[in-house]
Design a protein around this ligand. Structure first.
Ligand code: AMP
Ligand code: MG
Length: 422
């Protein structure tokens, strides 16, 4: 953890608040993130979506016994003739949960089912399609290799080895894996507490009629959704008017009660000044104009012990800046380690895209597989940063890097799926 303060870091000589590249802003933020450390023990099912606070060490070998991967017969490879059929005597059976107790001698075999314990003395399973039974006489076709279809004890996981590392998000697969080890409780980090509010004199909450020039506050809803899906504890502080006294009170309350404070609006040119003064008094905050579209203005800093993200007001900008900056930062603060960058891949763009070089654009796209089997992406249409429908219609971002100019139809572009971002 860096001991550098935000203002010291922001005075570094290559820092230009007016054209901060996306990657630089991201790595700037990351040097200040201090993950939660407090942990709680929860029953396995309740760990879904949470972050492991301790390694999960396997108390057993997985699989616990040498067992069969197939339905068939358990045999001794040494008995099998390499180029001809071999007839063996079936002396018993081993089904999953009902092992064959004895040991198997030369010329003998045991009927075995998938998951059945491989009895002592045998080393190979012949799948039933390669054998013919007539009574207890089993004719095995030539060809099986020694050791075939046998799963060794501890093959997946050795007793005492780490099954899951601290810092992992628990998904359905992890729930099952933990359960398969017979473990009933795991340690997870406490939830990250995030307070948020919207700023703007024009904003009304649902349930109040709109006056002239007023709009309903939608950012608190998208932010609520994104935070909830990430697994944060959310504290919705409502709409705060553009009034320095009310804003100061809201910032103080938010910072005192949460690990992270997120606001929307009030960081654009013209509005930034009094918020800047206010935040300068309450903490250490940097204001950036990020070289990106949408989402140019962005503020980041600390207010007391709380991390602060000041997002732009425009509804699409809120979502884009959340996904591109806040998401990763929150995951790191939640204790996720390592935080993997969301995957991107390339797809053929079917339309012409307008783009000026010098900034990264996150256009909203619809990705689909074409009849010829290739992936193609088209923009959702109007890309204005106030058009929330463009986010709703989209299933991906089309990411156009700093150097990219206009994109002609047929060009391969970078895409990032929205599903899975939170
Ligand atoms: P600002 O960043 O405060 O200048 O706001 C930019 C634009 O986003 C303006 O058109 C605002 O009316 C709009 N806006 C700001 N906050 C919200 C919000 N919470 N919900 C919907 N639109 C908003
Ligand atoms: Mg505003």
């Amino acid at each position: 953890m860096s001991t550098l303060t935000i203002s010291q870091a922001s005075c570094a000589d290559d820092y230009d608040p007016n054209s901060m590249p996306v990657a630089k802003a991201r790595s700037f933020i990351h040097q200040f993130l201090d993950p939660v450390t407090a942990a709680v023990r929860v029953p396995v099912r309740s760990a879904l979506g949470r972050v492991l606070a301790e390694d999960v060490v396997s108390p057993v070998d997985v699989p616990a016994h040498r067992n069969s991967a197939m339905d068939g017969w358990a045999v001794r490879a040494a008995d099998l003739k390499p180029d001809a059929e071999t007839v063996l005597a079936e002396i018993g059976s081993s089904f999953a949960g009902r092992p064959f107790g004895g040991s198997v001698g030369p010329g003998q075999c045991v009927r075995i089912m998938t998951g059945g314990v491989v009895p002592e003395g045998v080393d190979t399973v012949v799948m039933q399609e390669r054998a013919k039974a007539s009574g207890k006489s089993i004719a095995i076709a030539s060809g099986p290799k020694a050791g075939q279809h046998v799963r060794e004890a501890g093959e997946d996981l050795k007793r005492g080895s780490v099954a899951l590392r601290r810092g992992r998000i628990v998904r359905p697969a992890e729930l099952g894996l933990v359960a398969s080890l017979g473990i009933g409780e795991v340690a997870v980090y406490r939830r990250l507490r995030v307070a948020f509010f919207s700023t703007g004199d024009e904003l009304k909450s649902i349930g109040t009629p709109l006056g002239e020039g007023e709009i309903y506050d939608s950012n608190r809803y998208t932010i609520h959704g994104m935070l909830t899906r990430l697994g944060c504890e959310v504290l919705d502080l409502g709409v705060v008017r553009d009034d320095p006294k009310l804003l100061e009170r809201a910032f103080r309350e938010a910072a005192a009660s949460a690990d992270v404070v997120i606001t929307s609006g009030g960081v654009s040119v013209g509005e930034a000044d009094f918020v800047k003064d206010l935040l300068g008094r309450l903490g250490e905050v940097v204001f950036w104009k990020i070289a990106m579209k949408p989402g140019r203005p962005l503020a980041y800093g600390k207010i007391g012990g709380a991390h602060f993200f000041g997002l732009p007001g425009n509804p699409v900008s809120v979502m884009v800046t959340f996904y591109q900056f806040v998401r990763d930062a929150l995951l790191a603060l939640m204790g996720v380690d390592p935080v993997a960058a969301p995957p991107t891949f390339t797809a053929r763009c079917t339309a012409r895209l307008k783009k000026v070089p010098g900034r990264t654009e996150f256009q909203r796209g619809v990705l689909a597989r074409e009849a010829d089997g290739t992936l193609a992406v088209r923009p959702t249409g109007e890309q204005g940063s106030g058009i929330l429908k463009s986010m709703s219609d989209a299933n991906c971002f089309i990411i156009l890097g700093d150097e990219t100019g206009n994109v002609e139809p047929g060009t391969m572009v970078e895409v990032q799926l929205l599903e899975g971002l939170v």
